[in-house]
Design a protein around this ligand. Sequence first.
Ligand code: AMP
Ligand code: GLY
Length: 468
Amino acid sequence: RARPRSSVRRRSRAALRSRCEPPPCLATHLDYEVGQEFRMSQSRKILVVGSGGREHALALRLLASDSVSEVIGCPGNAGMDKPPADLAHKILRTRSGEPLAIAREEGVDLVVIGPEVPLTEGLADRIRAAGIPVFGPSAEAARLEGSKAFMKEFCVRQGIRVARGVIVSSPTELDAALATFPNAPVVKADGLCAGKGVVVAETHEEARAAALAMLTGESFGQAGTTVVLEERIWGEEASVHALCDGERAFVLPVAQDHKRIFDGDQGPNTGGMGTYAPAPVVKPELLAQLQRDVMTRVVAGMAAEGRPFIGALFGGFMVTPEGEAIVLEFNVRFGDPETQVLTLVADGDFGEAIYGAARGQLSDGVLTVSQDHALCVVLAAEGYPGQVAQGDEIRGVEEAEGLPGVRVFHAGTERRDGKLLTKGGRVLGVSARGATLAEARDRAYAAVERIEFRGRQFRTDIGYRALR
Ligand code: AMP
Ligand code: GLY
């Protein structure tokens, strides 16, 4: 009987593969779905480290995977304290405390680390040393995000094309370095600065002032005492993510973020006000080229230099009007809010793919890319990206989640006395999947309309570049 290539068949093969070499700590049981073949299914328990919208999206996508039965958010947020209605047969909960201690106590099969700071501080190394598989790079590999100077020098060593840059480590070198740029350069603090370490200067004077404030430690303390001056690139930004297992890179659909707080890309920069995927700014041929010449080359280069990269590699690209894509930065983790849409368009057993990558065995066919589209609208608190109000009651989330194709990812939320309250700048990522981008957008905004809290801010034009 002809049968469409179903995801169950693919999953079965993956499950059978792992049956051949069962990891010691893994519980397995037989599972049967009416009308489908028997299959071996696993019940992995996963710890997700972090508390944002990215971590909630990862937690739900892992939980929805056949191979996963339980996810613990560490510390998680109010969205992660129980499973959603459609996953009520599985366990989702939160725990606060030191991630390694919790991973040991809970006997988890895998740890997934969301944010960059614990990665650059070596959390993945400590967990790996305890014999627990972890999806997230070592501190050495995380330097790709933790030091912009390292990233530049690495790319030059490995023949990966980047914008021209000069590394400056004292105020006395600054003027000579500035003079090598015909146009005002972009100024980047070397270390992690919570997304605030880049100044796109309009004039040489502005670049000089920004660089001096960094070099003297005034702007970002130690994180800014080395700076990278970089040639400015004009174009449209694109976020390219790959799941990496130390040798291979599986590239996900291209996402596009909206960094400014107001419609039409006006106002100050934020952590990201909304995303959609796939983003047509990167055509399939260009994506294939970026996979070959950038993402795979990074993974090969890191391995060759003795710091294999396991985890999510996120390249921030600028696509020029000529159709070239130049990498501006690498992040060593999933983007936020890119993850909220990427997890909606990645089909197959996401948990199996991440587990395989963590063990250096990312296998083909476990994960497939959907033909659908997804879009996420961030609801932010009053005052964001500055000082924000907290403790305002949020209403309507359950009603919004009842709409077709909708998922509401929590970020800055907490539950107190049975009420859902705001607790942070980006509060919710209201997301939807649809057959077209327009449908995903309409669904997401219909859900936004159901959710209320005092002073809520959101952009009304997410996806405009692709939809215009
Ligand atoms: P980053 O923290 O490296 O992502 O930089 C923050 C933002 O600064 C990017 O999303 C870009 O909008 C901008 N940016 C960084 N580098 C450049 C560059 N070379 N040319 C133009 N814009 C840049
Ligand atoms: N949305 C951009 C980032 O996660 O860095």
